[in-house]
Design a protein around this ligand. Structure first.
Ligand code: PRX
Length: 656
């Protein structure tokens, strides 16, 4: 971004006046407060935003860095903070969730309803033998039951691990085994885009793959009622488990560091990591970022379109908005069903004021709107909107401008929020009433977050120069460890290169030479971001080579894609001669299906190219940087002097 063409969008006068963080001076005052007294700042906010059963006396314990502890001697309960205290504060009859089903049916639940539902579910879990510290895997679609299930786990001190409903039986099995879950909560089916898709059958398959002996019970929510196999003694219908359960359940007061949840995410090696989050620090940042980044007020209608299977759904559906006593939308369906006007229609129908979605969704809806006026935002009344948000991947300036103009009517600030599963909540983001916006930049760190751009030695680089994104100080909602693998946690996030002192985000970044604004330049490891979904290239390679009857070798890289941000591109060497024409197509389909089975449909490569070999160095190392150029159909301009088999580049280049 050159300075000359940097266009600043100033906060509108109304938001700049009424926002929780009103104006740049207010932002800077918070930054200064945190700099002057880091622990004092976070301690103050933890007292202001959360209700503690037992107050903490120490804010940050760094004695066993990088295994930092926050508010460690304090006790609280996340579900109490999200539900009971809102009821106690007179919000019992306020709508907590407006649920819209795939087919359009709307169900509203008040805080009182949600509390009762959560308590009954919590009591049902206890009746099934779940205790504090046990893990519960949740494999369910977007639903009130899904949110209540997470809250119920939190209520009794069980650690939930939600697995996105698009993951395969194999992926689900791996996560169940790694967590050692005692119980699984699922549904008979999920309904998306008018289609009924199995959930319970996938749980059955996962459990039949072995390694899941820890699982004693499976609770099954009836969504379709279409009938599924139930295993005697193991599987229980949710309705039956809930029958007769009391609508009151005393919360289990847990230590602030008690693991609230595990969420698996891809890293640069094959095995997904179980990111462990705490109760106190996590909930603080969930509530605080919801309050300041979305400026969430009592009369707002908030809609985060993410799935509860991802971290965005955890922080900005299940925890943040409820901790603030807000009203939010939970949507079961997809943005393109029954047509690509669904989001705009829902914003109109429910008078949504704050809307938070992913660039991929915006880009696909732009395409649809350009060819069909009926699904263009201008065909809907979107005047209720006041703030827009973006998350999960870089938003290209053209998509930003469209979102700003056509969805936000030119008046709504866009908060481009940079964060990660590991960070628990926003790290670098504009605040709507304070930060002048630049399309494509996530602007400045959230107050209290000390982000920096450094070189390989950990030294800060001058503004205007690209480098590695790090966080200099621990923050409350940071990842605590990788479940069962503390060494991997240390190596991945506090590497020796930086003397174990800096949190390594895994992204590259550059700060604008004049404003210091951050722009994320993409992952610096072997992680791809496809439609805002994080995928490890090694994971996909392992899945490919596990197709042992066909595949000899495989390498996976990303290439830019207009809609999905990045697309997965696989280079495959078969155990049989290199196929072409229809045979190549048929084998590519077989491999895609295999990957869908191993990981899930989201990991299917867009491009599969077959070669007699892969580009390798004399010592046999695959030269992925060359494959990245080939994937983009670019001429290879990099140094190829160490490449042993140069002819292979032509072959792979043509194999498209
Ligand atoms: O590469 C960054 C990208 O998404 C990664 C984190 O993915 P995940 O843990 O799945 O969490 C996604 C939802 C928070 C980051 O390392 N990313 C996330 N937000 C942005 C982004 N890249 C650019 N701009 C963003 N706003």
């Amino acid at each position: 971004m050159s300075e000359a063409d940097t266009k600043l969008y100033q906060p509108d006068a109304e938001t700049a006046k009424s926002a929780y963080v009103a104006g740049m001076e207010a932002y800077q005052a918070l930054v200064a407060e945190a700099e002057a007294d880091y622990e004092g700042y976070w301690g103050r906010l933890a007292k202001e935003l959360l209700s503690w059963k037992q107050p903490f006396t120490q804010v940050l314990d760094s004695s066993n860095a990088p295994f930092f502890k926050w508010f460690a001697d304090g006790k609280l309960n996340a579900s109490y903070n999200c539900l009971d205290r809102n009821v106690e504060n007179g919000k019992g009859d306020k709508t907590a969730i407006i649920f819209e089903a795939d087919g359009g049916e709307v169900t509203k639940v008040t805080y009182k309803d949600l509390l009762e539902r959560t308590c009954r579910l919590a009591n049902a879990l206890k009746a099934q033998g779940v205790k504090k510290g046990d893990r519960v895997v949740i494999y369910i679609a977007m639903s009130i039951d899904g949110v209540a299930a997470m809250q119920a786990c939190a209520r009794i001190g069980a650690t939930h691990s939600v697995v996105f409903g698009g993951f395969s039986a194999q992926s689900l099995r791996d996560r169940i085994e790694d967590t050692g879950a005692k119980l699984i909560i699922t549904a008979d089916h999920q309904v998306r885009g008018g289609k009924q898709l199995p959930l319970k059958a996938i749980v059955d398959e996962a459990l039949s793959l072995g390694g899941c002996d820890s699982v004693q019970k499976v609770l099954v929510v009836k969504r379709s009622g279409a009938g599924v196999a139930m295993t005697e003694g193991r599987d229980v219908w949710m309705d039956e488990a809930l029958a007769g359960q009391d609508a009151v359940c005393e919360p289990e007061w847990v230590e602030a560091e008690h693991p609230l949840f595990l969420l698996y995410t891809s890293g640069s090696t094959g095995k997904p990591k179980g990111v462990q989050h705490s109760t106190g620090g996590y909930l603080l940042h969930a509530a605080l970022t919801t309050k300041w980044t979305f400026d969430l007020k009592d009369d707002d209608v908030f809609w985060c379109t993410a799935d509860i299977g991802w971290v965005t759904g955890h922080t900005y559906i299940t925890y943040g908005p409820l901790a603030l006593g807000g009203t939010e939308i939970v949507f079961e369906g997809v943005p393109t069903y029954p047509d690509a006007g669904r989001f705009w229609k829902m914003i109109q129908d429910h008078k949504v004021t704050v809307f938070y979605t992913a660039p991929t969704a915006i880009r696909s809806l732009i395409k649809a709107a350009e060819s069909n006026e009926a699904v263009h935002p201008k065909s809907y009344d979107l005047s209720s909107l006041r703030i827009l948000g973006s998350v999960g991947e870089p938003i290209n300036p053209a998509a930003w401008e469209w979102y700003h103009q056509h969805v936000g009517g030119g008046r709504c600030p866009i908060v481009d929020t940079f964060w990660q599963t590991e960070t628990g909540g926003h790290m670098i983001t504009p605040l709507p009433g304070a930060t002048p916006l630049v399309p494509g930049s996530c602007t400045l760190p959230f107050p209290g977050i000390q982000a920096a751009v450094v070189d390989e030695t950990g030294k800060e680089v001058p503004w205007g120069q690209g480098g590695i994104l790090v966080v200099k100080k621990p923050w409350p909602s940071m990842i605590r460890t990788i479940w069962g693998d503390p060494e991997r946690f240390k190596k991945s996030y506090y590497p020796e290169d930086f003397k174990g002192q800096l949190y390594l985000a895994g992204d590259g970044a550059i700060r604008d030479a004049k404003t210091g604004y951050f722009t994320i330049t993409g992952r610096i490891d072997d992680v791809l971001n496809v439609s805002g979904h994080r995928m490890g290239t090694m994971e996909i390679e392992s899945a490919l080579v596990s197709c042992t009857e066909l595949v000899a070798e495989a390498a996976v890289v990303g290439r830019p894609d207009d809609t999905t941000g990045e697309a997965i591109c696989a280079f495959v060497v078969l155990k049989r001669p290199r196929p072409s024409g229809d045979e190549a197509k048929a084998i590519a389909k077989q491999l895609r299906d295999h990957i869908a089975k191993e990981i899930g449909p989201i990991a299917k490569p867009k491009d599969i190219r077959f070669g007699d070999n892969l580009p390798k160095t004399r010592s046999g190392k695959i030269m992925r940087r060359l494959l990245r150029s080939v994937a983009k159909n670019e001429a290879v301009t990099q140094d190829t002097s160490t490449l042993e088999n140069p002819a292979i580049l032509d072959q792979l280049g043509q194999a498209y």
